[in-house]
Design a binder for this molecule. Structure first.
Ligand code: HEM
Length: 309
């Protein structure tokens, strides 16, 4: 690599230096000349880029904190607070909520998203908690496999993201009653002044709306930056754009990862009866009136309430 570049202070002088000294000079931004015409062609290591890479080094600990931290917080929360039970139990009457197509596009986006999170954590932060414990060969294969999966599942993720964002946005518009929902933490706190509170919610509650819009916005950022990183020859980004994409990709990943963990806990463990919505598309009538009262009242009034036969 270095033979293609001659340095201003003379190749002969550099040749007498040890590798460490050459590296030190390069890292300080040593410049020279070359026949190449590409950006920064006379400077193998750009000191500005190195500063951006320092920011990148913060992403791995932040991703570990966001993912493992969120899991620990939620486990403690459930232990102290307990889950949200259906006050009147299950009615057994199942109300239509999501179409089969909605359920399919949810899983089209969700399954790849989970694979992207797992492989992404391995690629960005695996050197801290996997590499020290396995051999070099195994680590190399793991990184290679993770990268292949990460690149392939990005496409179904983007398809799921696009469909969910476009088709579901109308039900996720913020309303004034969403403020009250946040003030009483959605009625999920089982003690103190919050206990027994059931804030109003339409088809989506305020927490779901926050997740939806975070997913819509950061899903776009992560997809766009991912494509720039995956196809450098197609987009021909400058080195600065590439580095910026790398940072934005990581920051979006941290946000989506933290939200996903909250979302999965809410759907599977926190809200009794909630998971059924994304299995059959139907929810129990008591779940509908407890968690989405305004929506339930609305479908009763406008005649669109449909029960499972
Ligand atoms: C094991 C993992 C997951 C489970 C069990 C799960 C479950 C659910 C359930 C039950 C709902 C419907 C909630 C309702 O009807 O009120 C839902 C909605 C939704 N899910 Fe997931 N989900 C998972 C992963 C994901 C992932 C990884 C994404 C991101 C791609 C995602 C994106 C969404 C979105 C945008 C909604 C609509 C907003 C909302 O209702 O919260 N889900 N999910």
């Amino acid at each position: 690599m270095f033979s293609a570049v001659c340095f201003a202070n003379g190749g002969a002088e550099l040749a007498q230096h040890s590798d460490a000294q050459v590296w030190a000079q390069l890292q300080q931004g040593a410049q020279g000349y070359t026949t190449s015409k590409s950006e920064f062609h006379n400077q193998p290591i750009n000191t500005y880029d190195l500063r951006v890479l320092e920011v990148r080094d913060l992403l791995a600990p932040a991703l570990i904190a966001a993912s493992f931290g969120m899991i620990i917080i939620f486990l403690l929360f459930i232990k102290v607070n307990g889950i949200s039970k259906l006050h009147h139990g299950f009615s057994g009457k199942m109300v239509y909520r999501w179409s089969k197509f909605d359920v399919s596009i949810h899983w089209l986006g969700a399954i790849p998203c989970l694979l992207l999170i797992l492989t992404g954590i391995g690629l960005l932060a695996g050197r801290f908690f996997i590499q020290p414990y396995i051999g070099e060969g195994a680590w190399g294969s793991l990184v290679y496999g993770a990268k292949q999966i990460h690149d392939v599942v990005a496409f179904p993720f983007m398809a799921g993201w696009l469909l969910m964002t476009v088709l579901w946005a109308k039900n996720q518009m913020p309303k004034m009653y969403d403020v009250k929902w946040f003030m009483v933490v959605g009625g999920y706190i089982n003690f103190g002044p919050f206990k027994g509170k059931h804030p109003d919610a339409g088809f989506a509650n305020a927490g779901e709306k926050l997740w939806f819009w975070a997913f819509a916005i950061f899903g776009l950022v992560i997809s766009a930056t991912g494509m720039i990183l995956l196809f450098p020859n197609l987009f021909e980004p400058s080195r600065t754009i590439s580095l910026l994409s790398l940072i934005l990709h990581g920051v979006s990943a941290i946000i989506i990862c933290a939200f996903s963990i909250v979302h999965i806990f809410m759907a599977t463990a926190m809200s009794e009866g909630g998971m059924e919505c994304m299995v059959s598309g139907y929810c129990d009538e008591n779940w509908a009136s407890q968690h989405h009262n305004l929506w339930f009242d609305e479908i009763k009034e406008n005649g669109t309430l449909k029960y499972k036969e």
